[in-house]
Design a protein around this ligand. Structure first.
Ligand SMILES: Cc1cc2nc3c(=O)[nH]c(=O)nc-3n(C[C@H](O)[C@H](O)[C@H](O)COP(=O)(O)OP(=O)(O)OC[C@H]3O[C@@H](n4cnc5c(N)ncnc54)[C@H](O)[C@@H]3O)c2cc1C
Length: 459
């Protein structure tokens, strides 16, 4: 990066909020995915005005700007694919307002998900999306990727809670869009356009989020199955039974084996396992829902059924579920966690189809995920330095995306497109829709400054 640009950046944010040290550039060249590319500098802005000035400077000198939260993204969306400046929002981390009477909070983008949870707990409220990375990921990152999580089956994902955004547009203009009212039918829903835009259309500088009263009673249970087909059918039946569990997670036999062998998990051997949580505002409500779940387990030939009898049993089940991704990743040097999703009724087809594809590629794999909303995580482990393994991995991923789209599904239920899925966008989106996405990008960012190289927006 030219000296003149560095000096201008230091003028805007101050010396202590600027770095081009090699060690920082190496850290910023990664996110939670296997992608990496080194940026040239990074800044920690602390005001919206500073971000606006940075965007004006970037347009003047034509250098890329990559907004970044905690860098936990799994699609390479925060990678500086074309070099440039990382805009790390982590120092804009104030919870600006908690307005229980209005059922909303106003936060800066660098607030960590778990910190908002902690701040809301004494009020008996919560912000439901609950990504598994919640202890570290930021709310700005959640909005920019439309993050979801374990409770999405019942409570939806981030987009269902975004009421108003403040943004800095690529040309430096600041905009507020959306409303702090529970309802608004006024004009185009521009806020939604920016949810899931992965830092390609604007920098999110303030977020108003809807919050929910926290349920008071919970029940947890597991069912094991002799086949993936039975487990998939149990998921479909539960979702048709008139109740909506808040968590409905599925693990295949490889996941169960890896967890038994490497995470000391006391799980029965089975072809598949379903972990369910029900919730409500009374004990009866949560129990009633769990009894319906158990009925569907039995109807679909469950080989083993268990309701957690104590808080420590519940805790252990969640420990096991949350250890899944990192435990499986130990099997090879490289790994990729896909997050395809299909309409609920197609879950059994997706499960059996993915199992056949990954078996054929002859690499270690596990399949787990949020079956309650049709969102599965096939995770394939491979050694990227071996060209043959890399080829088999690439082919399997391509086949999984084709299968998913043929079932009316989507490439990504929650992790986003980033670099990882950019070349597959045309499998899911028709030519007119893709062209419109590229037109929005050109309209807002004619110099392609903000997070270039992502989401197949440049063709
Ligand atoms: C162990 C683990 C578990 C995970 N579990 C889940 C899960 O259950 N559900 C889920 O949805 N995801 C999950 N993820 C993925 C990741 O945590 C989410 O995508 C999260 O929303 C990213 O937040 P972040 O702050 O780390 O954003 P980053 O990774 O830093 O950035 C992600 C994208 O958002 C953009 N961005 C960030 N901040 C802003 C901003 N203020 N303005 C504009 N653009 C911005 C970036 O440019 C990038 O495109 C998991 C990741 C890991 C490592």
């Amino acid at each position: 990066m030219e000296q003149i640009i560095k000096e201008a950046l230091i003028d805007i944010v101050g010396q202590t909020n600027f770095t081009d040290q090699l060690i920082d550039m190496i850290s910023y060249s990664y996110d939670g995915s296997d992608h990496n590319h080194r940026p040239e500098a990074a800044v920690w802005p602390v005001t919206t005005e500073q971000i606006s000035e940075i965007m004006i400077l970037a347009n003047k000198h034509c250098f890329p700007v990559i907004p970044r939260g905690a860098g936990t993204g799994l699609a390479g969306a925060a990678i500086a694919a074309k070099g440039g400046l990382v805009l790390d929002l982590c120092r804009m981390n104030t919870i600006l307002d908690i307005r229980i009477a209005d059922r909303l909070v106003v936060v800066q983008p660098g607030v960590v998900y778990a910190d908002l949870e902690k701040a809301l707990a004494p009020h008996g409220f919560f912000f439901p999306p609950d990504p598994a990375s919640g202890k570290v990921c930021t709310l700005g990152g959640n909005v920019a990727t439309n993050a979801g999580g374990l409770r999405a089956a019942k409570y939806g994902v981030t987009k269902d809670y975004v009421m108003r955004l403040e943004l800095v547009l690529p040309d430096g203009r600041t905009m507020r869009t959306g409303s702090q009212c529970m309802k608004s039918a006024s004009g185009y829903d521009l806020a939604r356009l920016f949810v899931g835009s992965e830092g390609t259309l604007g920098v999110i500088t303030e977020i108003t989020l809807k919050i929910n009263p926290k349920p008071l009673a919970f029940r947890t249970g597991v069912g094991s199955f002799g086949s993936l087909k039975d487990a998939g059918q149990a998921v479909t039946d539960i979702m048709h039974s008139g109740i909506i569990p808040c968590v409905l997670e599925l693990m295949d036999e490889n996941t169960i084996r890896v967890l038994r062998e490497r995470a000391n998990a006391d799980l029965p051997e089975a072809a598949a396992l379903i972990l369910v949580e029900t919730d409500g505002y009374t004990e009866e409500e949560a129990s009633f829902q769990m009894s319906k779940v158990m009925d569907k387990f039995r109807k679909n030939n469950a080989t083993h059924i268990k309701k957690a009898a104590s808080a420590s049993e519940v805790e252990e089940l969640w420990r096991i579920r949350k250890a899944t991704g990192s435990t499986a990743a130990q099997l090879r040097t490289n790994h990729a966690t896909e997050d395809v999703a299909v309409p609920m009724s197609r879950v059994p087809d997706l499960l059996t189809g993915i199992a056949a594809i990954v078996k054929d590629c002859d690499l270690p794999f596990v399949i787990f995920g949020h079956a309650g909303d049709g969102n599965l995580h096939p995770k394939i482990m491979y050694n990227g330095s071996d060209p043959d393994q890399q080829r088999r991995f690439d082919e399997a991923v391509g086949e999984i995306f084709k299968l998913t789209c043929s079932l009316g599904g989507t490439l990504t239920g929650e992790h986003g497109v980033g670099l990882a899925k950019a070349s597959y966008m045309s499998l899911e989106h028709d030519a007119v829709a893709l062209d419109l996405m590229r037109s929005f990008k050109k309209l807002l960012d004619p110099n392609n400054i903000l997070n270039p190289g992502k989401m197949d927006l440049e063709a």
